[in-house]
Design a binder for this molecule. Structure first.
Ligand code: ZN
Length: 478
């Protein structure tokens, strides 16, 4: 008997036994109780059996920040470097303006997205989920299960008292050590442990140059471009066309102190060696920013005690402190060169930026569409151009990553959306995530940023042995 229920023969025996022991009324009551309990078992069985047949996807929603910008860095910072045994950066609590805090409202939106996606977990609630999707599409949606996780708990609301030891502990991006010098996992390691197919990281900023305004994808350049940058720094690549003719030439300049190309070279140097170069392209040895892929616990970390070799910075290895003699070898660099990373970061439906850019763009279009459908249309509500650089989060996970800047706190329109339109934003994100897994053709509307409604091709991330690129990320290689 696969599912809950009783064959008629057993039922007849049960009734005759009960009749011998009890009167008619009691028999009826006992039978009712049994049938009532069986209906529960049946429901549980349905959930169990259906999850074997229905496609299951895992998504992590990462609301940015969460902790407090506290000093000193030695106690409250992030990016713990196990060579110097120090935090290399201050903890940044996120953007804040006129009482609105990024970390608070992105968490609130992330919770709402989770609540909506949790409706896919049972057959019964999937009908309510369909009601949400109906706003966006007239198609009958396919039944899928989306297991949703938040990357962190609620933000710290107030500053902590003097005796509160390490309030940023659970909000750090990178691994760290506690007061007993025991290594603890940060948020990136936690995300990878969940083996997600998709990671959605939600942020906003204080302000941006005019040409970035809107909702922006944040993407990392593919290895092929970074490798050409390394060749340029080594002197084996003389021309600059590889950069200026590339689709990634619109590199994010952190300030106007350097040109976009000089920022690209600095970021290239940090990406490979951990050391930046100055405007004169000389390595700045006093500004080491660490081996980021060794700051998280995942498959591609160097073997234990790597610090002993790294601190000597042997030339022609991955630890060289001379960019001209840097050699990208080892598990992490093999991964960077792999076809799976090029799927995530290059080419794809948008023409560049790979699945990461498509996922960002599609979720942004669904958010804008959701606002439009709720009667909120405004010329300032538009997709902004992508930020392109080598940020940690999209590099240090295997999941397709939609890292999104939802807007800017100094923009009045954005502040209105962040506070008054959280439900619409959350529904747009949830519909976008569903569409990325299953495809959802948007209703024909005269809307200029209509989502494409095409699902991601995740099959290309399947490995030979029945595993996928997504579920090997946290395991130890055999
Ligand atoms: Zn942020």
């Amino acid at each position: 008997m696969k599912r809950g229920g009783i064959p008629p023969f057993h039922l007849a025996v049960l009734i005759s036994v009960l009749q011998k022991m009890l009167n008619f009324k009691q028999t009826i009551s006992v039978l009712f109780i049994i049938l009532f309990l069986l209906s529960f078992i049946k429901e549980i069985n349905e959930i169990r059996y259906s999850s074997n047949e229905i496609p299951v996807y895992r998504v992590v929603i990462d609301p940015g920040h969460g902790g407090l910008s506290l000093l000193p860095r030695s106690r409250h910072g992030d990016r713990y470097d196990s060579i110097s045994e120090k935090y290399l950066s201050n903890y940044y609590a996120g953007a804040k303006y006129r009482g609105i805090e990024e970390r608070i409202f992105v968490y609130s939106i992330a919770e709402k997205v989770t609540d909506i996606l949790n409706l896919t977990l049972t057959e019964k609630n999937f009908n309510s989920f369909k009601t949400v999707l109906k706003k966006f599409s007239t198609d009958e949606p396919d039944r899928i299960i989306i297991k949703t996780f938040l990357s962190r708990g609620k933000s710290i609301e107030k500053s902590c008292s003097r005796d509160c030891e390490d309030p940023n502990a659970e909000f750090r991006l990178y691994d760290y050590v506690d007061k007993y010098r025991k290594r603890k996992e940060g948020r990136i390691s936690f995300i990878n442990k969940l083996n997600p197919h998709l990671l959605v990281s939600l942020h906003c900023d204080l302000q941006a140059p005019v040409y970035y305004r809107g909702m922006n994808p944040v993407i990392v350049a593919p290895y092929s471009l970074m490798a050409r940058g390394l060749d340029y720094l080594k002197g084996s690549e003389k021309g600059r066309d590889f950069f200026f003719k590339s689709l990634y030439r619109d590199w994010f300049p952190e300030s106007v102190r350097r040109t976009g190309f000089k920022w690209f070279l600095k970021d290239t140097s940090v990406y490979f060696s951990g050391y930046p170069v100055g405007n004169n392209l000389k390595i700045q040895k006093n500004r080491f920013s660490g081996y980021r892929y060794n700051m998280v616990n995942w498959r591609y970390k160097d073997p234990e005690k790597w610090e002993i070799t790294a601190v000597k910075h042997p030339q022609n290895t991955r630890y060289s402190d001379d960019i001209r003699r840097f050699n990208p070898e080892g598990d992490f660099w093999d991964r960077e060169k792999s076809v799976y990373e090029s799927y995530r970061r290059d080419g794809g439906i948008e023409g560049f930026g790979g699945d990461n850019l498509y996922a960002c763009s599609e979720i942004i279009r669904y958010i804008l569409f959701s606002l439009y459908l709720s009667g909120d249309d405004h010329k300032k509500q538009k997709p902004g151009k992508p930020y392109i650089s080598v940020w940690s989060l999209p590099i240090l996970v295997n999941a397709v990553t939609a890292y999104i800047e939802l807007g800017y706190l100094k923009n009045k329109r954005d502040r209105y959306l962040f506070i008054k339109k959280q439900d619409e934003i959350a529904e747009g994100i949830a519909a976008g995530i569903y569409s990325l897994f299953s495809g959802l053709k948007p209703v024909e509307k005269n809307f200029q940023y209509l989502p494409k409604g095409k699902k991601l091709d995740l099959d290309k991330y399947d490995l030979n042995d029945g595993k996928s690129y997504f579920n090997i990320v946290s395991s130890i290689p055999e």
